[in-house]
Design a protein around this ligand. Structure first.
Ligand code: SF4
Ligand code: SF4
Length: 110
């Protein structure tokens, strides 16, 4: 298990796929593989309200860019996210990081 977590405040995710491209370039992955994938939820009407969200989900190839983090840099996906909605934090800092962010926040620990 990684020592770091990827927190995504997906209410600000635009579905631009830049994180996918940044990860593939950073890891040298072929086009048919990915370290993170943007999924689409909806559009669907739930409880009388429309839901339509993009949620990026890391794959088994994600290693949290620990080499970049150890070098003092942010993971490639976090660095290039156009919505500035991704954060990488040590797992012991998950609680304080998500506190106050409100709804539509997910946390992944690869
Ligand atoms: S943390 Fe690194 S390996 Fe994981 S999805 Fe982001 S760019 Fe890819
Ligand atoms: S780069 Fe950021 S805004 Fe774009 S799809 Fe990925 S998480 Fe969403």
């Amino acid at each position: 298990m990684s020592k770091y977590a990827l927190i995504i405040d997906y209410k600000y995710c635009t579905g631009c796929h830049t994180c996918e491209v940044a990860c593939r370039k950073e890891k040298g992955l072929p086009v048919e593989e990915y370290g993170i994938k943007v999924t689409k939820q909806g559009p669907v009407k739930l409880g009388g309200a429309w839901m339509y969200d993009y949620v990026p989900i890391p794959s088994s190839l994600c290693d949290m860019c620990e080499d970049r983090i150890e070098a003092g840099k942010r993971p490639a996906c976090v660095h290039h996210c156009l919505g500035a909605c991704m954060t990488a934090v040590p797992i012991e800092k998950i609680g304080e990081t998500v506190s106050g962010k409100g709804e539509k926040v997910v946390c992944f620990i690869p």
